[in-house]
Design a protein around this ligand. Structure first.
Ligand SMILES: [Zn+2]
Length: 409
């Protein structure tokens, strides 16, 4: 079976995660998908395939080299899709031999996928694309990754002449709501290192993420009849606006790219009596990240100076850190992935992830975990698509990595 055929098969699982649920996994549909994956893995010959009570699916491809000892490598993908893009009743189809022009996804609703808007399409002229009908996501994020990992498994298990060491496979729930690593039992998984297969184009090898924190600001005002307010009223909403005004206006998501970090106001509530602001703070650079948090602290202190002690209270909680520091000491992970991509005919490249990944969290839990491309684009969008041949290249890359870690070190 080809990877894209698996992807098509998985589109029938409506397994979005749900941040409002306290359960793990957050939705029962993920368990349905997980059970189907366990069945598929058992059928492929992964005899220890199983799902734990939290919905994590693990399995092992045993080494096929006698008395093999070496680095046990893992491959990880997530089972959930995002909830805030329509994900049900998905109608995927394959466009063969893409001609480089606009793709009419839906003639009734006049929805097109255009290379004028989406540059990545230009790389796929003459290739086959998996697209939606323009009304839902495709969920290639991350079912393309699952499809590629299991296609790699099928290739390894049916071609004993390909020599490899012990390979671990893991499928996690609830990545899209930031909980994919929460109950990941690194010890039970049993790999020394792993790759998440959860990126964009073929050839991507990612090992840098943001440092991330959430800052919550509470402002206490003082209300009084506006007619008699002179020298008495403290308007919490206006103080909130002052706080925001003292942050650099160019350091916002809409003005930043690449390695540029930002302050992002995600919630704001206010009356005269009280106000609250919530920001997320992001930067790849640890020093600049620290400076951003300190600046918020200074602004809060300055406002307290002006309006009285305890007017403003600021709480900053770190949420995740740049995985690079965990990957650097194990640079073979990047070298090996680069070599594998090149041998498959691709151009390996690394871009700083402007977000976090499950791999970033896992890296800090003792499982260093760079991220690999999947041959799919426009994640979390109705314009999401995957390229059949790029997916094949990703599978070939995984097979190469498995072989490389099987060879005597
Ligand atoms: Zn993903």
């Amino acid at each position: 079976m080809k990877a894209y055929e698996r992807l098509l098969k998985y589109t029938k699982f409506e397994a979005a995660s749900d941040g409002s649920s306290k359960n793990c996994p957050s939705t029962p549909q993920q368990l349905d998908f997980g059970r189907a994956l366990v069945d598929e893995m058992l059928a492929l010959g992964i005899s220890d395939a199983n799902m734990d009570e939290n919905g994590y699916v693990f399995g092992t491809i045993e080494a096929n080299i006698k008395n093999w000892e070496g680095i046990v490598i893992g491959f990880i993908a997530h089972m959930d899709v995002v909830r805030d893009v329509p994900f049900q009743n998905l109608k995927a189809r394959v466009i063969e031999n893409y001609d480089g022009r606009d793709i009419v996804l839906n003639s009734e609703q006049n929805i097109t996928l255009s290379p004028k808007e989406y540059d990545s399409l230009k790389d796929y002229v003459g290739k086959d694309l998996v697209v939606t009908d323009g009304t839902t996501l495709l969920g290639a994020d991350n079912r393309a990754g699952i499809a590629e990992i299991l296609t790699m498994a099928e290739i390894l298990l049916t071609n004993p002449e390909i020599k490899h060491g012990t390979i671990k496979i893991g499928f996690t729930p609830d990545e899209e709501i930031g909980r994919g690593a929460d109950r990941f039992d690194v010890k039970r998984f049993g790999a020394d290192f792993a790759y998440t297969v959860d990126g964009g184009g073929f050839g991507e090898v990612e090992y840098e993420t943001f440092n991330a924190a959430t800052a919550k600001l509470k402002i206490k005002g003082e209300n009084i009849h506006p007619g008699t307010a002179k020298n008495k009223m403290k308007n919490a909403s206006l103080i909130a606006m002052e706080f925001n005004g003292l942050l650099p206006s160019t350091q916002r998501p809409e003005h930043t790219e690449g390695y540029e970090g930002f302050y992002h106001l995600i919630d704001l509530k206010g009356s005269v009596e009280s106000a609250s602001l919530t920001y997320i703070v992001r930067d790849h650079d640890g020093v600049k990240f620290q400076e951003k948090k300190e600046r918020m602290g200074r602004v809060a202190a300055w406002l307290n100076d002006s309006y009285g002690e305890d007017t403003v209270s600021l709480e900053i909680v770190d949420s995740y850190a740049n995985m690079e520091e965990q990957i650097r000491p194990h640079w073979h992970l990047i070298d090996t992935a680069y070599e594998a991509v090149k041998e498959v005919g691709g151009e390996p490249h690394s871009i700083p992830v402007r977000g976090g990944t499950d791999g970033a969290r896992l890296s800090f839990m003792g499982l260093p975990c760079p991220n690999l491309g999947t041959g799919s684009h426009n994640h979390h969008s109705k314009m999401e698509y995957a390229c059949v041949q790029a997916m094949d290249d990703c599978v070939a890359t995984l097979v190469k990595i498995a072989e490389k870690y099987g060879a005597p070190q």
